[in-house]
Design a protein around this ligand. Structure first.
Ligand SMILES: [Zn+2]
Length: 107
């Protein structure tokens, strides 16, 4: 069941949480790229980024290439999340990759 029966759920709060996690992932990515550059590692190897779903308590991670994260976040309505964490009342699944779904906000 989607958590719409939860009285604490609101589309606005869900969107705020997704935007919050998106900004955390972007900051993670920036430090990661610096560290990898210094270490001479592949900058685009998979990294465990946070799930950007609407659940305020979700801190699960999924493997994503930094360049994919950048490409998806270029569209402000798109977020990445772990399969099963999508809420169809507020978002649509537009694509699926190895470890995660790409969703587009519809509210
Ligand atoms: Zn999640």
């Amino acid at each position: 069941m989607p958590p719409t029966s939860d009285p604490g759920f609101s589309p606005r709060r869900a969107l705020e949480n997704e935007q919050f996690l998106e900004s955390i992932n972007e900051r993670l990515k920036a430090s990661l790229l610096e560290v990898r550059e210094e270490a001479g590692e592949d900058p685009d190897a998979h990294f465990r980024f946070f799930c950007e779903c609407s659940d305020l308590t979700c801190r699960e991670r999924m493997h994503v290439r930094p360049s994919r994260l950048t490409a998806i976040h270029e569209d402000p309505d798109k977020f990445l999340l772990i399969p099963g964490h999508e809420i169809l009342e507020v978002e649509r699944v537009v694509d699926q990759e190895e470890d995660y779904l790409i969703v587009r906000k519809i509210v």
